[in-house]
Ligand binder design. Structure first.
Ligand code: ZN
Length: 279
């Protein structure tokens, strides 16, 4: 079995069988190892994603590809929110098996043109591409950006046809980071998108959306769940618990407590999106 796979291979299976693959952000050897341990424990496929402000693109690739190639489950190494042309090219050159080309804040035609250009390059060397249409904003601006950012079905059909992307991130009412206000997911819109779009659909801003909403998004056709804030919060909660009543604090223990918190929440989400026991 090949263990370092493209995201397309993982998501096409999820699309056929109505589940989602988790895509946690990782940034160093410890978070990469922890995410892979969680996936191995659950016998689940994994997309390990670097958000480029969190670490160097090439250094991350050298560690993540090494771990992925010896893991017991299939792993894709993914660039999350690549916002510049050079980032996409550096990721392709350094061994990522998929990249996100995020031009969601550009007008439709510019988004199509820039994504299409990178799809052509990426596909020539077998790298899968995710793009975003509509715009998933930041939690602090949720009230202002939620409605105007929603993906339009007619545009999504044209976008997938014209760009030939392998999967599409859609805006259906989620938000990055911590929500200011109650998350309100437009399940009717998600259902309409799923009916018309034949590539797998991706949910950004899953953290804080709530287990019930996430499970329903997967039932309605989401195949990739991006995660960071919830893993981060789980790690810090565990640290606060650990620090209570401690007279002396050991650095090794602190690291273990943090990574265990990250792992516990990731395992919870693997089961929630039904990707456990899919390998
Ligand atoms: Zn995102």
């Amino acid at each position: 079995m090949r263990l370092l796979l493209t995201m397309k291979e993982l998501l096409d299976d999820a699309n056929r069988n109505n589940y989602a693959v988790v895509a946690p952000n990782a940034w160093n050897e410890d978070t990469i190892r922890t995410a892979i341990e969680a996936a191995e424990q659950e016998n689940a496929p994994l997309i390990i994603a670097l958000y480029p402000v969190m670490a160097n693109i090439e250094e991350f690739a050298s560690i993540a590809c090494k771990f992925a190639s010896v893991s017991k489950v299939p792993v894709a190494v993914h660039l999350d929110h690549g916002s510049r042309f050079d980032e996409a090219i550096r990721a392709i050159r350094s061994g990522y098996t998929s990249i996100m080309v995020d031009r969601s804040q550009l007008p439709f035609d510019d988004n199509v043109r820039e994504v299409k250009e990178i799809v052509k390059i990426a596909h020539a060397v077998g790298v899968a591409v995710e793009a975003e249409l509509g715009h998933v904003g930041q939690g602090k601006d949720y009230a202002k950006t939620r409605d105007c950012g929603l993906t339009r079905v007619d545009e999504a059909i044209r976008f997938v046809q014209e760009t030939q992307v392998d999967c599409l991130a859609v805006a259906v009412g989620t938000s990055h980071g911590i929500y200011c206000g109650e998350p309100k997911i437009d399940f009717e819109l998600l259902k309409a998108l799923k009916e018309k779009i034949n590539v797998p659909l991706v949910l950004h801003g899953s953290s804080g959306t709530g287990d019930e909403n996430i499970a329903k998004c997967v039932t309605e056709g989401i195949n990739k769940i991006n995660l960071f804030t919830d893993l981060d919060l789980s790690a810090s909660e565990k640290l606060i618990e650990y620090m209570t009543d401690k007279r002396s604090i050991r650095i090794v223990e602190i690291c273990n407590v943090l990574y265990n918190g990250y792992k516990e929440k990731l395992v919870h989400n693997i089961r929630l999106v039904r990707s456990n026991n899919r390998v």
